[in-house]
Design a protein around this ligand. Structure first.
Ligand SMILES: *[C@@H]1O[C@H](CO)[C@@H](O)[C@H](O)[C@H]1NC(C)=O
Ligand SMILES: *[C@@H]1O[C@H](CO)[C@@H](O)[C@H](O)[C@H]1NC(C)=O
Ligand SMILES: *[C@@H]1O[C@H](CO)[C@@H](O)[C@H](O)[C@H]1NC(C)=O
Ligand SMILES: [Cu+2]
Length: 259
């Protein structure tokens, strides 16, 4: 009896686990992300935001604080240096691969902290979208190939280009996967997986972020990019990626950029 409870307790986090960002590279320096699942190793210093989202579960209502930087999101205590124009790479932890069923877009947002990101209130952040990628082609699956499939194929990882010429300072990078496998009418809804990362952008750039918005206003939930049955066809060439348009200050030349 006692031991079966212990076994259930041990496997439950895995059974319900979706994912979280476990590894981060910036300027080719490696960091371990915060692990919300309650087992080691805990990093002593990480630019990855802390959450209380044990199991990495999705399905946030799209207009609550949790959509900003995750359930119970609180700021990481260091900011990873990265040059403007440089690359941040995020790797999603999963016992195995990012789930094959979890097709959908990958999106990245950036907000200035106007001071140290370690002290920032997530509700004060004003984000712009810096890249997005949605449906890609009709190959491989009944639903076609999506950005999340590309992420899975690249070791569950995504490269994010920090806009060239961005003014030096501390910023929150909000990296997000949206899984659409149960987004159909009568399904549970689109699954949002946000992960915030503290960055210290360096260089002599002059571009400042203006026109950013609160992450709680990105999505409604009933727009065509979130309320969709992806299983009916492999051709979603008309797919409209949800959220605000890509910021004009983001240079659309990286493979991750697609307006
Ligand atoms: C970050 O938090 C960890 C865990 O509490 C602590 O060991 C570490 O010293 C902190 N680092 C900084 C730079 O505050
Ligand atoms: C969030 O969305 C729900 C469902 O549409 C709505 O009832 C609620 O008023 C919204 N809350 C805010 C703060 O906008
Ligand atoms: C579809 O997209 C994937 C991911 O980018 C790529 O690997 C694959 O070659 C593409 N297939 C076709 C037929 O274009
Ligand atoms: Cu899931």
């Amino acid at each position: 009896m006692f031991s079966s409870i212990a076994i259930i307790a041990a496997i439950a986090p895995l059974a319900f686990a979706h994912s979280h960002v476990d590894e981060i590279w910036a300027n080719n320096i490696h960091y371990t992300g915060y692990n919300p699942n309650g087992f080691p190793p805990y990093p002593s210093n990480t630019p990855g935001w802390f959450t209380t989202n044990s199991g990495g579960n999705p399905l946030y209502p799209v207009n609550t604080t949790a959509i900003i930087c995750g359930v119970g999101g609180s700021p990481a205590n260091i900011s990873a240096p990265v040059a403007a124009g440089g690359i941040v790479r995020a790797r999603w932890w999963q016992p195995g691969e990012w789930p094959v069923s979890h097709h959908g877009p990958v999106l990245d947002y950036l907000a200035p902290c106007n001071g140290p990101c370690s002290k920032v209130n997530p509700e004060s952040l004003k984000f712009v979208k810096i890249d997005q990628r949605g449906w890609l082609n009709t190959s491989t699956w009944q639903e076609g190939t999506w950005a999340a499939d590309e992420l899975r194929a690249d070791d569950q990882s995504w490269n994010i280009k920090i806009p060239a010429g961005l003014k030096a300072g501390e910023y929150i990078l909000r990296h997000e996967i949206i899984a659409l496998h149960v987004a159909f009418e009568g399904g549970a809804g689109a699954e949002h997986y946000p992960q915030c990362i503290n960055l210290k952008v360096t260089g002599s750039g002059t571009k400042t972020i203006t026109g950013g918005v609160d992450a709680r206003t990105f999505y409604r939930g009933d727009e065509p990019g979130l309320d969709i049955d992806i299983h009916t066809t492999n051709d979603h060439s008309g797919y409209v990626i949800p959220g605000p348009p890509v910021w004009s200050g983001a240079v659309k030349k990286d493979r991750s950029f697609e307006a």
